[in-house]
Each structure stands twice: as structure tokens, then as C-alpha cells.
Write a protein that binds this ligand. Structure first.
Ligand code: GRF
Length: 205
């Protein structure tokens, strides 16, 4: 059983997929703690509804940007470590992870992004995909490094782009893919089937 810590900022539908997967047993793991950088994030309620400890830790509690970044992440590491977290999952967490968080959990921080990376990193990936005119979209789960959505890719899932798609309709379709592949990636890691060789991730059978 892998012990998970999930960082969130908003709606928390990916967190919900993880909580449900753990409860149903499709993910061999348990969410030990959920931390939001935004007070009142709906994701916090999803955690408490399942009896999972949920906290808000805001960067501004630690002073002004950018001075607050290190002490803010030190607090994240402390809360995660005190809940015996093995793997940190960024699930709709809207900040870039820094050295302090990444060094606290080396190659143990993963993120989900709503595009087929390396296409469309950063904000508004679904709009970027629509504006570009791609015919296939999707989502990627990757190990977080200091780049923006550029770490080694663990798993990707694709979906069609329809001619009459809006950002909303495409986002909904991509989100279904996210809810499938994020639990799958966590399961692969929990099963010890994921090896990282430089940029490449090998998934053992
Ligand atoms: C998802 O599209 C995720 O890929 C992106 O932010 C969104 C979060 O949605 N990083 P939710 O909070 O999990 O519902």
C-alpha cells in the first residue's frame, strides 16, 4: 500500500478519482493527507468527506513572494512527511514546485497535465490545443522537475477533438482521460513497476 499526499488548488475531481480508486481497491494505496494552497478549495471538502485530513497552507503565511517560497515548501514537506507520505501527487495544484519540495521527495512528485506533452505545456492547455487545430488531444502524467510540465512522462491518454468542440466540451473529454490515467500511474508506481532512466520512464510488465 502506497501512502499518498495530494496537493490541490481547486475543484478536486482528480483527487476524487484517487480517493475513489483507493476506496474501491483499484489503487493499492491510501490518501494520508490533502493540502490546498487556496482556502475554501472544493477539493478540501472531498477529502474530509472521506475522512482524510485536509489542510490549507498558503504561501502568503510565510511572507512576500519570492521570499516565502522556501519556508512555504518546507512546511509542505513537513506536513507530508509527518503523514508518512511516499508519493506526492499534484492534482490540479496551480503552483510550480520548487527545489525545496522536490528535494524533500526526490522523483516522488507526480503531476497531471491536460495535454499530450510536450505539446501545450503551461496554462490553458485545452485552449492551446483547440487554437492550434489538433485532431487528437489528451492528458499526461509525469514526474515533476523544475521545468514547466517537462519531466519524464509516465503515462499518457488520448481523446478525439471534435470539429464543434468548445474549450468546455474538450476539457470535459480530456478530464475523463485524466481520471483514468492518474489512478493508473499511481498504481504502477505503487506496484514498483516504474523505472526512470534519464528522460525515459520504463514500465515493467
Ligand atoms: C485538471 O485539468 C488538471 O489536469 C490540471 O488542472 C485541472 C484540475 O482539475 N492540472 P481538478 O481540480 O482535478 O478537478
Amino acid at each position: 500500500m502506497i501512502s499518498l499526499g495530494v496537493l490541490v488548488s481547486g475543484r478536486g475531481s482528480n483527487l476524487q478519482a484517487i480517493l475513489d480508486g483507493c476506496e474501491e481497491g483499484s489503487i493499492p494505496g491510501r490518501v494520508q493527507v490533502v493540502i490546498s494552497n487556496r482556502p475554501g478549495a472544493p477539493a478540501l471538502g472531498r477529502a474530509t468527506a472521506k475522512g482524510v485530513p485536509a489542510f490549507t497552507v498558503e504561501p502568503k503565511q510565510f511572507g512576500k513572494w519570492p521570499g516565502c517560497k522556501v519556508p512555504y515548501e518546507q512546511e509542505l514537506v513537513e506536513v507530508l512527511a509527518s503523514h508518512n507520505v511516499d508519493l506526492v501527487v499534484l492534482a490540479g495544484y496551480d503552483r510550480l514546485a520548487g527545489d525545496t519540495l522536490l528535494n524533500g521527495f526526490p522523483m516522488r512528485v507526480i503531476n497531471i497535465h491536460p495535454s499530450l506533452l510536450p505539446a501545450f505545456p503551461g496554462l490553458n492547455a485545452q485552449k492551446q490545443a483547440l487554437d492550434y487545430g489538433v485532431k487528437v488531444a489528451g492528458a499526461s502524467v509525469f514526474f515533476v522537475d523544475l521545468s514547466v510540465d517537462g519531466g519524464p512522462i509516465i503515462i499518457q491518454g488520448s481523446c478525439e477533438v471534435h470539429e464543434n468542440d468548445t474549450v468546455e466540451s474538450l476539457s470535459r473529454r480530456i478530464l475523463e482521460t485524466e481520471h483514468r490515467i492518474l489512478p493508473e500511474a499511481i498504481t504502477l508506481i505503487a506496484q514498483g513497476r516504474v523505472q526512470v532512466h534519464g528522460r525515459k520512464v520504463k514500465v515493467l510488465p
